[in-house]
Design a protein around this ligand. Structure first.
Ligand SMILES: Nc1nc2c(c(=O)[nH]1)N[C@H]1C(S)=C(S)[C@@H](COP(=O)(O)O)O[C@H]1N2
Ligand SMILES: [Mo]
Length: 250
């Protein structure tokens, strides 16, 4: 029976296994595309990206998600579609234990002090993308604008896919390498990569970098995110968590 048959869940971020090349062929076959077609086909859009996402959500290997032109990134979505939100419609809310709850448009985020970081990206399943640029607003700048109340301990991140969530402690979030990112590779973050705005937690495994970011709530305790319910570490430092010894990214 196919590795993509019933019985697979997306709860194990397993990939890079022995069966990788076969798996990729199978998925490309399902899409009716050859590898060359994908490579030449430009960006996944509309119907096609939703189809890809629905396959990816049932594909624990993540292999369906070698993003065309993605420089080694793999596509992940635990929901079964790629949510789309236009730049104009995008909003980020900041609430919870803050003096000044706020809602930001993309234009407002872009008007704030930008930070550009070039680091390696490391997924907990093993793939790494070297020397990649993310641009955005420091979480610490958003927290300063919000005025964090006494008793606050952590941040909870929610996403407009309606499924994913993440967390950081307040101390982690205040690091200068924690961004609310609207740029990857000096271009807008694409829908597949979590645009218009995603989190970029540079020193942590990439599952912390929540895509399709829509909400930041300041909380009095850490609320573990999506993958942490399946055993991944909440404190996801690259090389110092999840039983891995990768070289640090920050
Ligand atoms: N909303 C959302 N964010 C997410 C995920 C997801 O499934 N949904 N997957 C995470 C994981 S495990 C990784 S490795 C990266 C993948 O980002 P990419 O699709 O840009 O390569 O996004 C992270 N953020
Ligand atoms: Mo990941």
């Amino acid at each position: 029976m196919s590795r993509w048959g019933r019985g697979w869940s997306n709860r194990d971020m397993v990939e890079d296994g022995e069966g990788a090349p076969v798996g990729r062929r199978v998925v490309l076959g399902m899409l009716g595309l050859g590898a060359a077609g994908v490579a030449a086909g430009g960006y996944l859009q509309n119907g096609l990206d939703n189809l890809l996402a629905s396959i990816a959500s049932k594909d624990p290997t993540g292999l369906s998600g070698l993003l065309p032109g993605g420089g080694g990134f793999r596509f992940y979505s635990v929901s079964d579609s790629i949510p789309h939100r236009s730049d104009a419609a995008y909003r980020l809310t900041v609430d919870g234990l803050v003096e000044h709850p706020a809602t930001y448009s993309l234009a407002q985020l872009r008007a704030m002090r930008p930070t550009r970081l070039v680091r390696d990206v490391q997924c907990v399943t093993g793939w790494r993308v070297p020397h990649y640029a993310f641009t955005g607003v420091r979480l610490s700048d958003l927290l300063d604008a919000a005025g964090v109340k006494p008793g606050a301990k952590a941040l909870r991140f929610t996403c407009f896919d309606g499924v994913y969530s993440e967390s950081l402690t307040l101390d982690q979030a205040r690091r200068p390498d924690m961004l609310v990112a609207y740029g990857m590779d000096d271009k807008p973050v694409t829908a597949a990569h979590g645009g218009p705005v995603r989190l970029y937690a540079a020193p942590m495994y990439f599952y912390k970098s929540a895509k399709w970011l829509s909400g930041i709530t300041v909380t009095d305790q850490v609320i573990p995110g999506y993958w942490e319910h399946y055993g991944y570490d909440v404190d996801a430092w690259v090389g110092r968590s999840n039983g891995r010894d990768d070289a640090p990214t920050s």
